[in-house]
Ligand binder design. Structure first.
Ligand code: CS2
Length: 487
Protein backbone atom coordinates (compact mmCIF):
# COMPACT_ATOMS: atom_id res chain seq x y z
CA UNK A 1 0.00 0.00 0.00
CA UNK A 2 1.43 3.39 -0.86
CA UNK A 3 1.95 5.88 1.91
CA UNK A 4 -0.27 8.95 2.26
CA UNK A 5 1.09 12.22 0.85
CA UNK A 6 2.18 14.88 3.35
CA UNK A 7 -0.69 17.37 3.11
CA UNK A 8 -1.30 18.37 6.72
CA UNK A 9 0.27 18.06 10.15
CA UNK A 10 -1.80 15.19 11.45
CA UNK A 11 -0.51 11.63 11.79
CA UNK A 12 3.14 12.59 12.10
CA UNK A 13 5.38 10.71 14.54
CA UNK A 14 5.95 12.57 17.83
CA UNK A 15 9.65 13.27 17.18
CA UNK A 16 8.99 15.18 13.94
CA UNK A 17 9.39 18.92 14.59
CA UNK A 18 6.51 20.92 13.15
CA UNK A 19 5.65 24.61 12.60
CA UNK A 20 5.26 26.43 15.91
CA UNK A 21 2.42 28.67 14.68
CA UNK A 22 -1.00 28.49 13.14
CA UNK A 23 -0.30 28.53 9.41
CA UNK A 24 -3.80 29.58 8.41
CA UNK A 25 -3.70 32.60 10.69
CA UNK A 26 -0.76 34.22 8.88
CA UNK A 27 -0.90 35.98 5.51
CA UNK A 28 1.63 36.05 2.69
CA UNK A 29 4.25 38.81 2.45
CA UNK A 30 7.12 37.34 0.43
CA UNK A 31 7.20 36.28 -3.20
CA UNK A 32 10.13 33.97 -3.74
CA UNK A 33 11.45 33.17 -7.22
CA UNK A 34 13.35 29.89 -7.47
CA UNK A 35 11.82 27.02 -5.49
CA UNK A 36 14.99 24.94 -5.53
CA UNK A 37 16.33 22.78 -2.72
CA UNK A 38 18.58 25.57 -1.44
CA UNK A 39 15.70 27.97 -0.83
CA UNK A 40 13.66 25.25 0.86
CA UNK A 41 16.61 24.39 3.13
CA UNK A 42 17.59 27.98 3.89
CA UNK A 43 15.38 31.09 3.64
CA UNK A 44 12.15 29.15 4.15
CA UNK A 45 13.54 27.63 7.36
CA UNK A 46 14.56 31.03 8.75
CA UNK A 47 11.08 32.27 7.89
CA UNK A 48 9.53 29.28 9.66
CA UNK A 49 11.53 30.24 12.77
CA UNK A 50 10.55 33.90 12.41
CA UNK A 51 6.86 33.04 12.16
CA UNK A 52 7.08 30.82 15.23
CA UNK A 53 8.85 33.56 17.20
CA UNK A 54 6.92 36.65 16.18
CA UNK A 55 4.19 35.73 13.72
CA UNK A 56 3.40 38.35 11.08
CA UNK A 57 1.99 38.15 7.58
CA UNK A 58 5.21 36.87 6.11
CA UNK A 59 4.40 33.51 4.64
CA UNK A 60 6.03 32.80 1.29
CA UNK A 61 4.45 32.46 -2.12
CA UNK A 62 6.93 30.30 -4.05
CA UNK A 63 7.33 30.45 -7.81
CA UNK A 64 9.45 28.96 -10.54
CA UNK A 65 9.81 30.91 -13.75
CA UNK A 66 9.97 27.84 -15.90
CA UNK A 67 9.79 24.43 -14.33
CA UNK A 68 6.48 23.28 -12.92
CA UNK A 69 7.47 20.12 -11.08
CA UNK A 70 8.30 21.57 -7.65
CA UNK A 71 5.45 24.12 -7.61
CA UNK A 72 3.04 21.28 -8.41
CA UNK A 73 4.50 19.10 -5.68
CA UNK A 74 4.31 21.96 -3.16
CA UNK A 75 0.74 22.79 -4.15
CA UNK A 76 -0.32 19.14 -3.83
CA UNK A 77 1.11 19.22 -0.28
CA UNK A 78 -0.49 22.55 0.73
CA UNK A 79 2.99 24.09 0.85
CA UNK A 80 4.30 21.66 3.48
CA UNK A 81 7.54 19.73 3.10
CA UNK A 82 10.15 17.91 5.17
CA UNK A 83 13.61 19.19 5.97
CA UNK A 84 16.04 16.39 6.74
CA UNK A 85 19.14 17.61 8.57
CA UNK A 86 21.85 15.03 8.20
CA UNK A 87 24.68 14.37 10.62
CA UNK A 88 25.43 11.40 12.90
CA UNK A 89 21.72 11.32 13.61
CA UNK A 90 19.09 12.63 11.21
CA UNK A 91 16.69 15.32 12.32
CA UNK A 92 13.33 15.72 10.63
CA UNK A 93 11.35 18.92 10.62
CA UNK A 94 8.25 19.91 8.65
CA UNK A 95 8.41 23.47 7.31
CA UNK A 96 5.18 25.44 7.07
CA UNK A 97 6.38 28.88 5.93
CA UNK A 98 5.12 28.50 2.37
CA UNK A 99 1.56 29.28 1.40
CA UNK A 100 -0.77 26.56 0.19
CA UNK A 101 -0.17 27.19 -3.50
CA UNK A 102 2.96 27.77 -5.58
CA UNK A 103 3.30 29.09 -9.13
CA UNK A 104 5.15 27.18 -11.83
CA UNK A 105 6.06 28.23 -15.37
CA UNK A 106 3.59 31.09 -15.57
CA UNK A 107 5.35 34.44 -15.85
CA UNK A 108 2.07 36.36 -16.10
CA UNK A 109 0.88 34.87 -12.80
CA UNK A 110 4.22 35.74 -11.19
CA UNK A 111 3.95 39.34 -12.41
CA UNK A 112 0.42 39.55 -11.05
CA UNK A 113 1.53 38.19 -7.68
CA UNK A 114 4.50 40.60 -7.58
CA UNK A 115 2.12 43.51 -8.15
CA UNK A 116 -0.03 42.58 -5.14
CA UNK A 117 0.52 45.13 -2.33
CA UNK A 118 0.51 42.30 0.26
CA UNK A 119 3.94 41.29 -1.12
CA UNK A 120 6.58 43.42 0.60
CA UNK A 121 9.66 41.36 -0.18
CA UNK A 122 10.59 39.75 -3.45
CA UNK A 123 13.42 37.28 -2.86
CA UNK A 124 15.36 35.22 -5.36
CA UNK A 125 17.46 32.06 -5.69
CA UNK A 126 17.43 31.62 -9.44
CA UNK A 127 21.15 30.72 -9.87
CA UNK A 128 23.92 32.88 -11.28
CA UNK A 129 23.07 32.36 -14.92
CA UNK A 130 19.43 33.48 -14.73
CA UNK A 131 20.03 37.18 -14.18
CA UNK A 132 21.59 38.49 -17.39
CA UNK A 133 23.63 41.25 -15.76
CA UNK A 134 26.96 42.40 -17.16
CA UNK A 135 29.08 42.95 -14.06
CA UNK A 136 31.85 44.86 -15.82
CA UNK A 137 29.36 47.38 -17.22
CA UNK A 138 26.99 47.15 -14.23
CA UNK A 139 24.15 47.03 -16.73
CA UNK A 140 21.96 44.45 -18.43
CA UNK A 141 23.53 41.97 -20.83
CA UNK A 142 21.41 42.54 -23.92
CA UNK A 143 22.55 39.25 -25.44
CA UNK A 144 21.15 37.19 -22.52
CA UNK A 145 18.07 35.36 -23.85
CA UNK A 146 15.67 36.43 -21.06
CA UNK A 147 16.93 40.02 -21.16
CA UNK A 148 16.56 40.16 -24.95
CA UNK A 149 13.00 38.79 -24.67
CA UNK A 150 12.09 41.33 -21.97
CA UNK A 151 13.51 44.24 -23.96
CA UNK A 152 11.37 43.18 -26.90
CA UNK A 153 8.17 42.57 -24.88
CA UNK A 154 8.26 44.63 -21.65
CA UNK A 155 4.53 44.09 -21.23
CA UNK A 156 4.95 40.31 -21.06
CA UNK A 157 8.24 39.78 -19.21
CA UNK A 158 9.72 36.29 -18.91
CA UNK A 159 12.98 36.91 -17.03
CA UNK A 160 13.73 38.13 -13.51
CA UNK A 161 14.83 41.64 -14.52
CA UNK A 162 11.77 42.19 -16.71
CA UNK A 163 9.36 40.85 -14.10
CA UNK A 164 10.81 42.94 -11.26
CA UNK A 165 10.80 46.08 -13.40
CA UNK A 166 7.26 45.55 -14.67
CA UNK A 167 5.97 44.77 -11.17
CA UNK A 168 7.58 47.90 -9.72
CA UNK A 169 6.00 49.95 -12.53
CA UNK A 170 2.58 48.37 -11.90
CA UNK A 171 2.83 49.01 -8.17
CA UNK A 172 3.70 52.65 -8.74
CA UNK A 173 0.81 53.06 -11.18
CA UNK A 174 -1.59 51.56 -8.62
CA UNK A 175 -0.22 53.71 -5.80
CA UNK A 176 1.37 50.82 -3.89
CA UNK A 177 4.75 50.99 -2.17
CA UNK A 178 7.58 49.06 -3.85
CA UNK A 179 8.74 45.73 -2.46
CA UNK A 180 12.26 45.15 -1.17
CA UNK A 181 14.33 43.01 -3.55
CA UNK A 182 16.39 40.36 -1.77
CA UNK A 183 18.90 38.47 -3.90
CA UNK A 184 19.98 35.19 -2.25
CA UNK A 185 22.27 33.88 -4.97
CA UNK A 186 26.02 33.35 -4.54
CA UNK A 187 27.09 36.52 -6.29
CA UNK A 188 29.37 39.20 -4.88
CA UNK A 189 27.55 42.41 -3.92
CA UNK A 190 24.39 40.62 -4.93
CA UNK A 191 22.13 43.52 -3.91
CA UNK A 192 24.08 46.15 -5.83
CA UNK A 193 24.39 43.85 -8.81
CA UNK A 194 20.69 43.11 -9.03
CA UNK A 195 19.91 46.79 -8.54
CA UNK A 196 22.16 47.61 -11.51
CA UNK A 197 20.34 45.03 -13.63
CA UNK A 198 16.88 46.26 -12.68
CA UNK A 199 17.89 49.90 -13.26
CA UNK A 200 19.39 48.94 -16.62
CA UNK A 201 16.15 47.27 -17.67
CA UNK A 202 13.99 50.12 -16.33
CA UNK A 203 16.11 52.79 -18.07
CA UNK A 204 15.50 51.14 -21.45
CA UNK A 205 11.73 51.43 -20.97
CA UNK A 206 11.16 54.54 -18.90
CA UNK A 207 13.89 56.76 -17.41
CA UNK A 208 11.47 58.15 -14.81
CA UNK A 209 10.75 54.64 -13.57
CA UNK A 210 14.50 54.01 -13.32
CA UNK A 211 14.97 57.19 -11.31
CA UNK A 212 12.14 56.23 -8.94
CA UNK A 213 13.53 52.74 -8.44
CA UNK A 214 16.99 54.18 -7.76
CA UNK A 215 15.46 56.47 -5.20
CA UNK A 216 12.91 54.24 -3.48
CA UNK A 217 13.67 50.54 -3.81
CA UNK A 218 15.91 48.70 -1.35
CA UNK A 219 18.19 45.91 -2.61
CA UNK A 220 19.88 44.62 0.56
CA UNK A 221 22.86 42.35 -0.04
CA UNK A 222 23.02 38.94 1.62
CA UNK A 223 25.48 36.16 2.25
CA UNK A 224 23.76 32.79 2.22
CA UNK A 225 25.26 29.48 3.26
CA UNK A 226 24.01 25.96 3.71
CA UNK A 227 25.33 22.93 1.86
CA UNK A 228 22.31 21.37 0.21
CA UNK A 229 22.91 18.37 -2.02
CA UNK A 230 20.41 17.54 -4.73
CA UNK A 231 17.50 15.43 -3.51
CA UNK A 232 17.84 11.73 -4.31
CA UNK A 233 15.61 8.65 -4.02
CA UNK A 234 17.40 7.96 -0.75
CA UNK A 235 16.28 11.36 0.62
CA UNK A 236 12.69 10.53 -0.25
CA UNK A 237 12.78 7.02 1.17
CA UNK A 238 14.41 8.22 4.42
CA UNK A 239 11.76 10.91 4.75
CA UNK A 240 9.04 8.29 4.21
CA UNK A 241 10.53 6.16 6.93
CA UNK A 242 10.79 9.08 9.35
CA UNK A 243 7.40 10.66 8.69
CA UNK A 244 5.21 7.84 7.42
CA UNK A 245 4.37 10.06 4.44
CA UNK A 246 5.39 10.50 0.85
CA UNK A 247 6.90 13.93 0.31
CA UNK A 248 7.90 15.05 -3.17
CA UNK A 249 9.15 18.42 -1.93
CA UNK A 250 11.45 17.06 0.80
CA UNK A 251 15.03 18.38 1.05
CA UNK A 252 18.12 17.19 2.84
CA UNK A 253 20.85 19.45 4.14
CA UNK A 254 23.68 19.84 6.65
CA UNK A 255 23.09 21.09 10.21
CA UNK A 256 25.16 24.26 9.62
CA UNK A 257 23.36 27.31 8.29
CA UNK A 258 24.29 30.97 7.99
CA UNK A 259 22.57 34.06 6.66
CA UNK A 260 24.09 37.53 6.88
CA UNK A 261 21.82 40.30 5.65
CA UNK A 262 22.08 44.05 5.21
CA UNK A 263 19.32 45.43 7.36
CA UNK A 264 17.52 47.61 4.84
CA UNK A 265 13.85 46.69 4.59
CA UNK A 266 11.71 49.83 4.29
CA UNK A 267 8.51 47.75 4.12
CA UNK A 268 9.45 45.54 7.08
CA UNK A 269 10.67 41.97 7.25
CA UNK A 270 10.18 38.74 9.21
CA UNK A 271 12.12 38.32 12.46
CA UNK A 272 14.72 36.15 10.69
CA UNK A 273 17.11 36.67 13.60
CA UNK A 274 14.91 34.13 15.42
CA UNK A 275 16.46 31.52 13.11
CA UNK A 276 19.96 32.89 13.67
CA UNK A 277 20.23 35.38 10.78
CA UNK A 278 22.78 38.13 11.40
CA UNK A 279 21.85 41.67 10.44
CA UNK A 280 24.73 43.96 9.57
CA UNK A 281 25.31 47.25 7.78
CA UNK A 282 27.76 45.76 5.27
CA UNK A 283 27.95 42.09 4.25
CA UNK A 284 30.80 42.39 1.77
CA UNK A 285 33.56 40.97 3.98
CA UNK A 286 31.45 37.95 5.05
CA UNK A 287 30.38 37.40 1.50
CA UNK A 288 33.93 37.53 0.13
CA UNK A 289 35.05 35.02 2.74
CA UNK A 290 32.23 32.62 1.91
CA UNK A 291 32.42 32.93 -1.87
CA UNK A 292 36.19 32.74 -2.07
CA UNK A 293 36.90 30.17 0.62
CA UNK A 294 33.83 27.88 0.59
CA UNK A 295 32.60 28.19 -2.97
CA UNK A 296 36.10 28.70 -4.41
CA UNK A 297 37.42 25.52 -2.84
CA UNK A 298 34.16 23.73 -3.69
CA UNK A 299 34.79 24.42 -7.37
CA UNK A 300 38.34 23.10 -7.07
CA UNK A 301 36.98 19.98 -5.35
CA UNK A 302 34.35 19.61 -8.07
CA UNK A 303 36.77 19.60 -11.01
CA UNK A 304 39.33 17.43 -9.19
CA UNK A 305 36.53 15.03 -8.31
CA UNK A 306 35.22 14.92 -11.84
CA UNK A 307 38.67 14.16 -13.23
CA UNK A 308 39.55 11.58 -10.60
CA UNK A 309 36.22 9.78 -10.63
CA UNK A 310 35.37 10.86 -7.06
CA UNK A 311 31.66 11.24 -6.75
CA UNK A 312 31.20 13.16 -3.50
CA UNK A 313 32.93 16.10 -1.84
CA UNK A 314 33.53 13.95 1.24
CA UNK A 315 35.47 11.39 -0.87
CA UNK A 316 37.92 14.05 -1.90
CA UNK A 317 38.59 15.54 1.48
CA UNK A 318 39.07 12.03 2.88
CA UNK A 319 42.24 11.83 0.75
CA UNK A 320 45.24 13.40 2.48
CA UNK A 321 46.95 14.88 -0.55
CA UNK A 322 43.73 16.21 -2.01
CA UNK A 323 42.58 17.73 1.25
CA UNK A 324 45.99 19.43 1.57
CA UNK A 325 45.43 21.00 -1.83
CA UNK A 326 41.96 22.13 -0.84
CA UNK A 327 43.34 23.68 2.32
CA UNK A 328 46.08 25.41 0.32
CA UNK A 329 43.38 26.89 -1.89
CA UNK A 330 41.39 28.10 1.12
CA UNK A 331 44.49 29.69 2.60
CA UNK A 332 45.32 31.48 -0.62
CA UNK A 333 41.72 32.70 -0.78
CA UNK A 334 42.01 33.83 2.84
CA UNK A 335 44.89 36.16 1.97
CA UNK A 336 42.68 38.05 -0.49
CA UNK A 337 40.08 39.03 2.12
CA UNK A 338 39.67 42.53 3.53
CA UNK A 339 41.80 43.15 6.61
CA UNK A 340 40.44 44.75 9.75
CA UNK A 341 36.98 43.34 9.05
CA UNK A 342 37.14 41.00 12.02
CA UNK A 343 37.33 37.84 9.87
CA UNK A 344 39.10 34.75 11.15
CA UNK A 345 40.04 32.94 7.94
CA UNK A 346 42.06 30.13 9.58
CA UNK A 347 39.20 29.05 11.86
CA UNK A 348 36.75 29.41 9.00
CA UNK A 349 38.91 27.11 6.86
CA UNK A 350 39.00 24.50 9.60
CA UNK A 351 35.25 24.64 10.06
CA UNK A 352 34.77 24.28 6.30
CA UNK A 353 36.95 21.20 6.17
CA UNK A 354 34.79 19.64 8.89
CA UNK A 355 31.62 20.47 6.99
CA UNK A 356 33.04 19.03 3.77
CA UNK A 357 33.95 15.85 5.66
CA UNK A 358 30.41 15.27 7.04
CA UNK A 359 29.94 11.57 6.21
CA UNK A 360 26.16 11.94 6.17
CA UNK A 361 26.22 14.50 3.34
CA UNK A 362 26.43 13.09 -0.17
CA UNK A 363 27.21 16.23 -2.16
CA UNK A 364 28.01 15.36 -5.74
CA UNK A 365 31.04 16.95 -7.37
CA UNK A 366 29.06 16.88 -10.63
CA UNK A 367 26.48 19.25 -9.18
CA UNK A 368 29.08 21.83 -8.15
CA UNK A 369 30.96 21.49 -11.45
CA UNK A 370 27.97 22.94 -13.31
CA UNK A 371 28.03 26.47 -14.74
CA UNK A 372 31.75 27.10 -14.28
CA UNK A 373 31.79 30.19 -16.49
CA UNK A 374 29.12 31.74 -14.24
CA UNK A 375 30.71 30.75 -10.94
CA UNK A 376 34.46 31.02 -11.45
CA UNK A 377 34.72 34.80 -12.01
CA UNK A 378 33.81 35.52 -8.38
CA UNK A 379 35.16 32.27 -6.91
CA UNK A 380 38.61 32.24 -8.54
CA UNK A 381 39.42 34.93 -11.02
CA UNK A 382 38.72 38.09 -9.07
CA UNK A 383 40.43 36.76 -5.93
CA UNK A 384 43.38 35.64 -8.09
CA UNK A 385 43.64 39.15 -9.53
CA UNK A 386 43.50 40.63 -6.02
CA UNK A 387 46.20 38.25 -4.90
CA UNK A 388 48.46 39.29 -7.78
CA UNK A 389 47.93 42.96 -7.14
CA UNK A 390 49.04 42.52 -3.55
CA UNK A 391 52.15 40.61 -4.65
CA UNK A 392 50.91 37.19 -3.45
CA UNK A 393 51.76 33.78 -4.89
CA UNK A 394 49.14 32.85 -7.50
CA UNK A 395 50.08 29.17 -7.64
CA UNK A 396 46.97 27.80 -5.97
CA UNK A 397 44.77 29.67 -8.45
CA UNK A 398 46.91 28.71 -11.45
CA UNK A 399 46.60 25.08 -10.37
CA UNK A 400 42.81 25.29 -9.96
CA UNK A 401 42.46 26.94 -13.38
CA UNK A 402 44.64 24.26 -14.98
CA UNK A 403 42.46 21.54 -13.43
CA UNK A 404 39.32 23.15 -14.87
CA UNK A 405 40.91 23.49 -18.32
CA UNK A 406 42.20 19.92 -18.06
CA UNK A 407 38.70 18.72 -17.28
CA UNK A 408 37.27 20.64 -20.25
CA UNK A 409 39.93 19.10 -22.51
CA UNK A 410 39.09 15.66 -21.20
CA UNK A 411 35.38 16.15 -21.84
CA UNK A 412 36.10 17.32 -25.38
CA UNK A 413 38.30 14.29 -26.02
CA UNK A 414 35.42 12.04 -24.94
CA UNK A 415 32.99 13.93 -27.17
CA UNK A 416 31.13 15.26 -24.11
CA UNK A 417 30.27 18.79 -23.00
CA UNK A 418 30.23 20.55 -19.65
CA UNK A 419 26.91 21.58 -18.15
CA UNK A 420 27.53 25.30 -18.68
CA UNK A 421 25.68 28.06 -20.55
CA UNK A 422 28.86 28.67 -22.57
CA UNK A 423 29.53 24.96 -23.22
CA UNK A 424 29.57 25.24 -27.00
CA UNK A 425 32.01 28.15 -26.97
CA UNK A 426 34.27 26.38 -24.47
CA UNK A 427 34.37 23.25 -26.60
CA UNK A 428 35.15 25.33 -29.67
CA UNK A 429 38.10 26.94 -27.87
CA UNK A 430 39.40 23.55 -26.76
CA UNK A 431 39.24 22.26 -30.29
CA UNK A 432 40.87 25.40 -31.78
CA UNK A 433 43.76 25.27 -29.32
CA UNK A 434 44.54 21.63 -30.07
CA UNK A 435 47.50 20.55 -27.97
CA UNK A 436 48.65 24.13 -27.30
CA UNK A 437 48.08 24.67 -23.56
CA UNK A 438 49.17 28.31 -23.74
CA UNK A 439 46.61 29.05 -26.44
CA UNK A 440 43.82 27.32 -24.52
CA UNK A 441 44.63 29.18 -21.30
CA UNK A 442 44.70 32.53 -23.10
CA UNK A 443 41.56 31.99 -25.13
CA UNK A 444 39.38 30.70 -22.29
CA UNK A 445 40.53 33.34 -19.80
CA UNK A 446 39.80 36.02 -22.43
CA UNK A 447 36.12 35.05 -22.69
CA UNK A 448 34.12 38.22 -22.04
CA UNK A 449 33.39 38.78 -18.36
CA UNK A 450 35.32 35.74 -17.14
CA UNK A 451 38.57 37.10 -15.73
CA UNK A 452 39.87 40.61 -14.96
CA UNK A 453 42.29 41.93 -17.61
CA UNK A 454 45.06 42.16 -15.04
CA UNK A 455 44.88 38.38 -14.65
CA UNK A 456 44.60 37.61 -18.36
CA UNK A 457 47.72 39.70 -19.04
CA UNK A 458 49.76 38.39 -16.15
CA UNK A 459 52.40 36.14 -17.64
CA UNK A 460 53.33 34.66 -14.29
CA UNK A 461 49.76 33.46 -13.79
CA UNK A 462 49.03 32.33 -17.35
CA UNK A 463 52.46 30.71 -17.63
CA UNK A 464 51.98 28.71 -14.43
CA UNK A 465 48.46 27.73 -15.54
CA UNK A 466 49.49 26.54 -18.99
CA UNK A 467 52.55 24.65 -17.72
CA UNK A 468 50.38 22.77 -15.19
CA UNK A 469 47.75 22.16 -17.85
CA UNK A 470 50.35 20.76 -20.25
CA UNK A 471 51.57 18.42 -17.54
CA UNK A 472 48.06 17.30 -16.63
CA UNK A 473 47.46 16.43 -20.27
CA UNK A 474 50.80 14.70 -20.76
CA UNK A 475 51.24 12.89 -17.46
CA UNK A 476 47.76 12.73 -16.00
CA UNK A 477 46.33 14.58 -13.01
CA UNK A 478 47.50 12.02 -10.43
CA UNK A 479 51.15 12.51 -11.42
CA UNK A 480 50.81 16.29 -11.20
CA UNK A 481 49.18 16.04 -7.77
CA UNK A 482 52.17 14.17 -6.45
CA UNK A 483 54.50 17.08 -7.24
CA UNK A 484 52.14 20.01 -6.75
CA UNK A 485 52.45 20.08 -3.00
CA UNK A 486 56.09 19.05 -2.88
CA UNK A 487 57.50 21.78 -5.12
C1 CS2 B 1 28.20 25.02 -4.39
C2 CS2 B 1 27.20 25.81 -3.56
O1 CS2 B 1 26.95 24.13 -6.18
C3 CS2 B 1 27.83 24.94 -5.86
O2 CS2 B 1 28.41 25.61 -6.69
O3 CS2 B 1 29.46 25.60 -4.23
O4 CS2 B 1 25.89 25.51 -3.90
C4 CS2 B 1 27.42 25.62 -2.06
O5 CS2 B 1 27.10 24.33 -1.65
C5 CS2 B 1 26.60 26.60 -1.27
O6 CS2 B 1 26.88 27.90 -1.67
C6 CS2 B 1 26.85 26.44 0.23
O7 CS2 B 1 26.26 27.47 0.91
Amino acid sequence: MSMPLLTDLTDLPADVIRPGYDRDGLGTGILHLGLGAFHRAHQAVYTDDALAAEGGDWRILGANLRSTEMPQAMTAQNGLYSLLERSESDRLRVIGAHGHKAIGGDAAAILKAASDPAIRILSLTVSEKAYGIDRAAMDIDEAHPAVAADLARPDAPQGVLGIITAALAARHAAGHAPFTVLCCDNLPDNGTLLRAGVLGMARRHDPDLAARIADQVAFPATMVDRITPAVTDRTLSDVERLTGHRDLAAVETEPFTQWVIEDHFPEGRPAWEAGGAEFVTDVSAHEAMKLRMLNGSHSLIAYLGQMLGLRYVRDLVADRALSALVLRHMRAAGTTLPRNAGLDAPSYAEALMDRFRNPAIAHETRQIAMDGTEKLPQRWFSPAADLLSSGGDPRAYAFATAVWLGWLSELAAKGEQPNDPRAARLMQLVSQAGSDATALTASVLSLPGLAPDALVWDEGFTGATSRTLARIRAEGLRAVLATELAG
